[in-house]
Design a protein around this ligand. Sequence first.
Ligand code: OSB
Ligand code: MG
Length: 375
Amino acid sequence: MTIETIVLREIRMRLKAPFETSFGVTQDRRILLVEVVVDGISGWGEVTTVESPSYNSETTDTAWHIISEFIVPRLIGRDLHQAVDVAPLLSAIRGHQMAKAGVENAIWHAEAKLKSVPLAKLLGGTLDEIACGVSLGIRENPQALVRRVEEELRSGYQRIKLKIKPGKDLDFVAAVRKEFPDIRLSVDANSAYELKDTEHLRKLDQFNLLMIEQPLQWDDIHSHAKLQSQIRTALCLDECINNAAHALAAIEEGACRIINIKLGRVGGHYSARQVHDLCQKHPLPVWCGGMLESGVGRAHNIAMSTLPNFTLPGDVSASQRYWNEDIIEPEVEVSSRGTIRVPDSAGLGYAVKRDLVDRLTVRARDWKAGVMAQV
Ligand code: OSB
Ligand code: MG
């Protein structure tokens, strides 16, 4: 597999509605797409950074820099055996998992197309449909949130996750739980609390939640272990887990009972599969997190979610919840049972709408094998 061309572009996409988390409000996404051409076949990946270093330390602009100056020079013109060979070539670059994942995943896509197999199968996936939940942003009041939950349940989603932060937590969760006593419900704090809030967080135990996601600091596994020992509800780690070694530390310390796997955060399909396999062995259930992706990232999430230990519904939901028009066809659709059917055609099973991508592009750069051998 010769990496002949790499194209990096930034597209702008406006979410249908603003999305509020404990770290801020987003509506205008700045998304990087990576297209690789391998033996004449193109593969696509998405860089899942947000615009500011608020979720993790990466941003859209740091990823542009790292891909252009450090990742492309290590890959362009290379002859690889398979996509699994990409991660070791990038291991000298510390951090920047989302930048690496955007490129590695594009190469996985190309490999699947070259081998004429669905990406899900190439990864070792076994599920032919995946279970879907939704992640709901913070609302101005509990009534507004209850109305949103009702709509999502009517669409069939199997699990509702509520974003919370101090001052916008117990009343909101209580209102939803009162209205819907039996649904699978979870909360995600995106690191908005501290260990000294333990007494407060313990009040969430009364709501029979499936999990509390990442309540404490983004890089602090140890404090989560202390909290987990004092709270009945399962903790789930998101921000803290950037690779399989972190997952092992969290499991052995008792810092969580569930792990959210995000392809970008852990550095691509290869690392995601390592985290998955480790959790399966222990065993600890995993689910696929979301980063408000365009269709390209969403399609990769679907492929990853077919691995057998993805036993909880993910934050992988329908294109039309996010975008007026997604950049893939068909768009991602969710059945009335809250599931997505995994495409069985070669590659991602969704085609990139090149014309639309061109219209949304605000900057692009490309590299061709041979042309920049001097770098
Ligand atoms: O913590 O899961 C998160 C979006 C941006 C940053 C962090 C998170 C999220 C979401 C959105 O929860 C999930 C989705 O894509 O619908
Ligand atoms: Mg999260």
